[in-house]
Design a binder for this molecule. Structure first.
Ligand code: AMP
Ligand code: MG
Length: 278
């Protein structure tokens, strides 16, 4: 199945999250059943990221959004696990610092975008400024409502300068979120992950749904598509995301750069050295 088609939000369409099954797992019965496919995409991802790094001409920005416990951290561990750390950066975005808040809302995100040849992963992103900010009225409506256009223009700029953008909304349902909150409570090694915020945000479930739907509907473009990833099953989420990232990198048709040295000359030198050391 081509998940980059299936889960892509068509530009201009109106998203209704209640119509999307968060527990979808395609034809796979279990993690074990999907494992060979997951591993094959990880391998592909590894090769293509190496090529991007070697080529050094374009870059990839992956944005992860989702409700609390949707699996943003787990996705990063998985996708990053398949990549060479030298070619990757990860940035997490929390409540803006005083300095960040003293700039325009895109400033802190722009600084974290990838250099040529690099992959950057955003754990939360510029979309927080039309999600948490909108739900909690942190700025007036006439300010946040303009941000969809600002975001589309920002992403167009990145695209025009060879940064490819993939945005993933990790879709879980209310039952799954509660299950994950319980796992955190039951497992002392996960207690550190619990924040007051998690429990404070849940009553605002519907307000967040509206804000997510607006972001997904207004900001899925040809050059920076949103994908809605069914994420109740963590392994399915990993499969879908690694497939989409790998397939996108493949379409970039990247090439290894020409060697900067005369390989024949280097070979001769090598053979000479090998002879002399006998
Ligand atoms: P976490 O990612 O779980 O460490 O939580 C980070 C917290 O920072 C979340 O509650 C976010 O909603 C919040 N946050 C991120 N960006 C912003 C922003 N631009 N304005 C206000 N809160 C934010
Ligand atoms: Mg959290």
């Amino acid at each position: 199945m081509d998940y980059s088609k299936q889960f892509r939000v068509t530009p201009g369409s109106k998203v209704d999250l209640s119509q999307i099954d968060a527990g979808f797992k395609d034809q796979h019965e279990s993690h074990a059943h999907a494992l060979p496919e997951i591993e094959a995409y990880e391998q592909k991802l590894q090769e293509l990221q190496y090529l991007m790094y070697a080529e050094g001409k374009r870059s990839l920005l992956i944005c992860l959004q989702g409700r609390d416990a949707a699996g943003k951290d787990g996705t990063i561990k998985h996708v990053l696990g398949a990549m060479n750390p030298q070619g990757c950066t990860v940035s997490g975005f929390k409540v803006p610092t005083k300095t960040e808040a003293a700039h325009d809302f895109l400033w802190r995100y722009h600084r974290a975008t990838p250099e040529k040849g690099q992959v950057a992963i955003f754990n939360r992103s510029h979309y927080e400024d039309v999600l948490v900010v909108r739900v909690h009225n942190l700025v007036p409506e006439d300010v946040w409502s303009k941000r969809y256009d600002h975001i589309n223009h920002f992403e167009q700029l990145l695209h025009d300068t060879d940064t490819h953008i993939l945005k993933f909304y990790l879709h879980i349902d209310g039952e799954e979120q509660l299950k994950r909150f319980k796992q955190r409570i039951d497992d002392p090694t996960r207690h550190w992950k619990i924040s007051d915020g998690d429990y404070a945000e849940r009553p605002l479930w519907n307000e967040y749904t509206q804000a997510f739907e607006a972001a997904l509907s207004n900001c899925s473009t040809e050059h920076a598509p949103w994908f809605i990833i069914p994420s109740n099953h963590k392994w399915f989420r990993n499969l879908a995301i690694s497939q989409i990232v790998a397939e996108t990198l493949k379409t970039l048709n990247m090439q290894f750069p020409e060697p900067t040295v005369d390989i024949n000359e280097i070979k001769q030198k090598y053979h000479q050295m090998a002879e002399e050391s006998k």
